[in-house]
Design a binder for this molecule. Structure first.
Ligand SMILES: [Zn+2]
Length: 140
């Protein structure tokens, strides 16, 4: 398991289509699961009042599958961008955290904060750097 990818929202997100079981895992698909901030001290500090989701890719079973210049990673980033775009319709206040590997009780704060739009994620190549924290905004 590499670094987790955490998506945080002020309101519940439409994850149903991304909650299929691991047995259905196939290339280029993403999986989203809800978890409670109470499950980790890091979450309680960084996202005290948020709905939290862990996002992983079908082809690796974790979030490292978003990184890399190969087809499955690009396809997974495309699905993530679609998910975030749709989520923005439910919550205009949305964050994404490329958490450190020990996320939970690491005591590590986000290292860099920036804005990112779904279109940026579609065109990213290898950029999912641990510690990066993003406010998700709409494409212009
Ligand atoms: Zn991994």
């Amino acid at each position: 398991m590499c670094h987790p990818l955490v998506v945080a929202s002020r309101t519940p997100l439409p994850i149903f289509q991304y909650t299929r079981g691991e047995a259905d895992a196939s290339a280029g698909q993403i999986y989203v699961s809800h978890f409670e901030a109470t499950e980790s001290p890091d979450s309680r500090v960084i996202f005290p009042l948020r709905f939290l989701y862990a996002v992983s890719t079908g082809h690796t079973g974790d979030a490292c599958g978003f990184s890399g210049e190969y087809a499955d990673a690009a396809s997974a980033r495309g699905e993530l961008a679609d998910f975030l775009e749709r989520s923005l319709e439910f919550s205009s206040d949305l964050q994404m955290y490329v958490a450190p590997e020990q996320y939970g009780d690491s005591g590590v704060a986000p290292l860099k904060m920036d804005y990112v739009a779904p279109g940026d994620i579609r065109t990213w190549m290898t950029v999912f750097v641990e510690g990066d924290f993003y406010q998700i905004v709409r494409d212009d």
